[in-house]
Design a protein around this ligand. Structure first.
Ligand SMILES: Cc1ncc(COP(=O)(O)O)c(C=O)c1O
Length: 231
C-alpha cells in the first residue's frame, strides 16, 4: 500500500493573508444583532459571489451550518417533506430532520451516483424541498431537479466547487447552494462553509441573506426548547 505523507496545503501567500487578517483587528462584525463578518469575511463573501456567479454569499462556520441556514431560509418545518439522496454525508439529511421535517430518501442514478430525477417518488411526494448532493465533484441533474414539483432545490455542493452544468457553477443552479471549506475539501480554511443564492426573496422564502439572521434569532432564544443552535 502507498503511504501518503502528510503535507501542509497552506501556501506562504495564504499564511500572509491570514496574518494580515489577524493584524487588521476586528475579525467579526457580529455584535449581537445583525450577523456581519469582519472586513476579510465580507471580502470572502464578495469574492465568492464574483467567482461563482451568485448574488449573495454568507460565510458560515461549516457547510453543515450552511445546510441548516438553507433549510431555515427555505422555511422547512415540522411536517414538511424533504427529498434527498442516501449516498451523501450525514449532514445532508440530518439538517432538515433537525427542523422536524420528514426526510425521504430517493434512488440515485448509476452513472455518477447522484439523485435520480427520473423516479416516481420525486414526482409524487410533493416535497417542500429537494436537497441534491453534487457528489465527488460531479453535478446531480440540477436543471431537471429544479423544475420538479415547485420544490425548493438546495444544492449540497460541499464536494463540488468549480463543477459546472450548462455553463453555470454548481451551487448557483438550485435556489440555494452550500460549499464546505473543511480541512479535507478542495478549498479549505480548517473549518468553514458558504451558503449562497441568486434569489432576492422574490421566490418562495429562500432569501439566504435573511437565513443566517433567522438562525441567530433561534440561537438567542434562552429556553432552547426546540433545539440547541449553539454551533
Ligand atoms: C456532501 C457533504 N455535505 C456536507 C458536508 C458537511 O461539511 P462540513 O464538514 O463543512 O460541515 C460534507 C463534508 O464532508 C459533505 O461531503
Amino acid at each position: 500500500m502507498i503511504k501518503l505523507e502528510p503535507y501542509n496545503s497552506i501556501s506562504k501567500t495564504e499564511s500572509l493573508i491570514a496574518e494580515a487578517a489577524v493584524q487588521y483587528g476586528p475579525l467579526s462584525g457580529y455584535l449581537g444583532g445583525e450577523s456581519k463578518g469582519g472586513y476579510y469575511v465580507e471580502k470572502l463573501e464578495a469574492d465568492w459571489c464574483e467567482t461563482f456567479g451568485c448574488k449573495h454569499a454568507i460565510a458560515v462556520n461549516s457547510a453543515t451550518s450552511g445546510l441548516l441556514a438553507a433549510c431555515v431560509a427555505a422555511d422547512i418545518r415540522q411536517g414538511d417533506r424533504v427529498i434527498t439522496t442516501p449516498y451523501t454525508m450525514s449532514a445532508t439529511a440530518a439538517t432538515p430532520q433537525f427542523l422536524g421535517a420528514e426526510v425521504v430518501f430517493q434512488d440515485i442514478e448509476t452513472s455518477h451516483y447522484c439523485l435520480n430525477p427520473a423516479n416516481s417518488v420525486l414526482t409524487d411526494a410533493k416535497p417542500r424541498a429537494i436537497i441534491a448532493t453534487n457528489l465527488f465533484g460531479h453535478p446531480a441533474d440540477l436543471v431537471a431537479l429544479r423544475t420538479m414539483n415547485k420544490a425548493i432545490l438546495i444544492e449540497d455542493n460541499a464536494q463540488a466547487p468549480f463543477a459546472m452544468q450548462y455553463g453555470k457553477y454548481t451551487g448557483t443552479i438550485g435556489h440555494i447552494g452550500i460549499w464546505s471549506m473543511n480541512v479535507h475539501k478542495h478549498i479549505q480554511c480548517g473549518e468553514g462553509g458558504i451558503c449562497g443564492t441568486n434569489n432576492d426573496g422574490t421566490e418562495p422564502k429562500c432569501n439566504a441573506e435573511t437565513a443566517l439572521n433567522k438562525v441567530t434569532q433561534h440561537q438567542r432564544k434562552t429556553d432552547h426548547q426546540d433545539a440547541t443552535w449553539s454551533h
